[in-house]
Design a binder for this molecule. Structure first.
Ligand code: NAD
Ligand code: UD1
Length: 339
């Protein structure tokens, strides 16, 4: 199939490109490199055979979308392009609504102009908010606590309303849990700009000597070791969920929501321990107060994706830690490291 991937040069997008090309899909990327580098696509091309075309442009630019869709003629769009830093979203709400919501509106309008009826959307488990029960299933109430989370929920609702306007439309809304890890080649991985907001890239930068110690945000939660529990998912498993969603969108209609997680959760201490084993590095930790807005525990019920999309995570915690270490130690400056 012909798959247009917005934000395809990003962390999750790049891993998805390799999996799509590996399944003989023809792929086209639209990215403005706001949070990525063109070097990413060089590496994807080195790792893959198959057809990958790319355009530099903004998903909010309707005429750019017209050009891409007229030339590439996609069967399906995977929409990764967006802004994702929770803290930034609170200080720049309009910027986040502009990219995440207006970008989605522009994309759907262009899809209508070009008769494209299938879309896979990057949503987040953060749309659930404070858990009423765990693991979250897709029927759990949604109540996001950040602007970022609200932009994702609004985009989900817009896509759902759009899907109702076409009998043959299919929208797959994927709610990711916590993506971590890197490609087995150590040629692709996560490359945060500046100080990492998320746990795994921070641990990796401590292990490689770029930062002194991990700050553990709270060890007084109501969890077995007092630190936060999360459902970490290997980015290659997450990438494969998109390939499964592309196939699923061929045989389904309507808007369909799926959790994408492993169904297991690990604490901050579990992650540090796994990383010490993978890297052989000491990884000093200091206990700090809780981070504002954090919740104690998150965990996915991923049964729906397992059963209906035929997708299941296969990588374990050691794979997540080892691949992150390989990537970080061989590319200490991410994609700025010599290739
Ligand atoms: P990323 O920042 O690495 O990738 C996003 C890509 O989109 C980047 O290449 C960026 O340059 C591009 N982009 C941003 N704004 C754009 C615009 N206006 N036009 C065109 N391209 C644009 O992020 P990621 O971790 O790969 O996440 C991909 C998607 O998944 C995002 O929508 C994010 O909100 C969502 N998501 C991520 C996580 C996570 O923890 N990484 C969790 C849940 C959901
Ligand atoms: C964060 C986002 C969430 C997003 C997710 C993507 C916030 C409040 N939430 O979630 O919206 O979908 O990333 O992966 O930013 N931790 C430390 N020290 C650190 C960093 C993190 O102890 O330096 C702890 C956190 O308190 C948490 C766990 O590690 O218990 C995971 O944190 P993180 O990787 O930031 O993910 P989330 O908080 O789940």
């Amino acid at each position: 199939m012909r798959v247009l991937v917005t934000g395809g040069a990003g962390y999750i997008g790049s891993h998805t490109l390799v999996e799509l090309l590996g399944q003989a899909h023809e792929v086209c990327v639209l990215d403005n490199y706001d949070n990525s580098s063109p070097e990413v696509l060089n590496r994807v091309r080195q790792l893959s055979n198959g057809q990958l075309t790319d355009y530099v442009g903004d998903v909010r630019d309707g005429s750019m979308l017209d050009q891409v869709m007229a030339e590439f003629k996609p069967d399906v769009v995977i929409h990764f392009a967006g802004l994702k830093a929770v803290g930034d979203s609170m200080t720049n709400p309009l910027g986040y609504y502009d990219v995440n919501v207006r970008g989605t509106l522009q994309l759907l309008s262009a899809m209508d102009r070009h008769n494209v009826r299938r879309v896979i959307f990057s949503s987040s488990a953060t749309v659930y908010g404070e858990p009423e029960y765990l693991p979250y299933d897709e029927a759990h109430p949604t109540n996001p606590t950040s602007v970022y989370g609200r932009t994702k929920l609004v985009a989900e609702q817009i896509i759902t309303d759009w899907s109702r306007t076409h009998d043959d439309a299919c929208a797959v809304l994927l709610r990711y849990f916590n993506p971590v890890g890197a490609h087995a080649s150590a040629r692709m991985g996560e490359h945060p700009d500046g100080v990492p907001n998320n746990l795994m890239p921070y641990i990796a930068q401590v292990a490689v000597g770029k930062r002194e110690a991990l700050q553990v945000f709270g060890d007084d939660y109501d969890t077995p070791d007092g630190t936060g529990l999360r459902d970490y998912i290997h980015v290659v498993d997450l990438a494969r969920a998109h390939v499964a969603a592309v196939d699923y969108s061929k045989r389904q209609t309507g808007a369909q929501v799926f959790n994408v997680g492993t169904g297991q959760s690990y604490s901050v201490h579990d992650m540090v321990k796994a990383f010490r084993t993978a890297s052989g590095q000491p990884i000093p930790c200091v206990i700090k107060p809780r981070r504002a807005g954090d919740i104690a525990a998150m965990q996915a019920n991923a049964a729906r994706a397992n059963v209906e999309m035929g997708w299941k995570a296969t990588h374990d915690l050691n794979d997540m830690a080892r691949s992150t270490w390989d990537w970080q130690s061989k590319n200490p400056d991410g994609y700025d490291s010599a290739s």
